[in-house]
Design a protein around this ligand. Structure first.
Ligand SMILES: [Zn+2]
Ligand SMILES: [Zn+2]
Length: 242
């Protein structure tokens, strides 16, 4: 038994490890800081889904096609993909980011990415990723930006450079959560600015956010990036609501 083994044994005896999500000690996986039951309950997005926005369809035998929303709405994003559904354990994990559990959650997300069907997003095909920014005042209040943390995980895992200063949030808009469809669109209209268009001109960009709901925020960011000369903007989020 090495000193490291003895140290781990004593540490686990004094501070028994518990699952980050449910607090269970059973079937706990130390390498992922979560129990088997929790990790198994996460629904990753699988085919069939909307070829544009990635919305999953219920019928398993169905082929990928455009969803009703994408048939009628204009989007500046070429495709949007999500790691999983915004529900249950994944929803809790995203909230855990707020309680200074960034390292532990990052570790779990990295593990989940292994099970994600990467052919849907080719991380090597982007020049860099851009996180949806928070307004300065909200960043000060919260202390971190979840989209930046997401970008750091992808940078580490896939060598995808993260450019956090490309896009700026110039208006501190009310949270989207209390608003509906059209109000969400209006709320974020002209809320973002590209700091230096030379950085985005002709580039293929992966836009990152933690949660995708109606897509109004990401679409507005993509609009501004395209206007500044970006060649293509795709979106990748941790979780998709609906
Ligand atoms: Zn658990
Ligand atoms: Zn769609």
């Amino acid at each position: 038994m090495s000193w490291l083994d003895i140290f781990s044994y004593v540490r686990d005896y004094l501070f028994p490890p518990i699952c980050l999500v449910c607090g269970s000690r059973e079937t706990y996986r130390r390498e992922h800081l979560i129990c088997e039951a929790c990790i198994d309950s996460i629904s990753l997005i699988r085919h069939p889904f909307c070829i544009h926005c990635g919305k999953p369809f219920l019928a398993e035998s169905d082929r990928d096609h455009l969803c009703g929303d994408c048939l009628t709405q204009k989007s500046y994003l070429t495709i949007v993909r999500a790691l999983g559904k915004y529900e249950g354990v994944l929803q809790k994990l995203i909230h855990q980011f707020k309680y200074k559990q960034q390292f532990a959650v990052g570790n779990i997300l990295e593990f989940l990415l292994d099970g994600y069907q990467k052919k849907d997003i080719n991380f090597c095909s982007y020049n860099f990723s851009v996180p949806v920014p928070l307004h300065r005042s909200r960043l000060r209040q919260r202390g971190f930006n979840q989209s930046v943390l997401w970008g750091k995980i992808l940078e580490k895992k896939y060598n995808l450079p993260l450019k956090r200063m490309v896009l700026q949030r110039i208006v501190c808009t009310p949270p989207q959560i209390a608003l509906r469809g059209k109000e969400r669109k209006n709320n974020v209209r002209n809320a973002f600015k590209v700091k230096n268009s030379e950085l985005v001109n002709g580039k293929t960009i992966l836009l990152l956010d933690d949660v995708y709901t109606t897509g109004a925020t990401m679409n507005e960011c993509a609009r501004v990036l395209k206007k500044a000369g970006a060649f293509r903007v795709d979106g990748f989020v941790i979780a998709r609501a609906g």
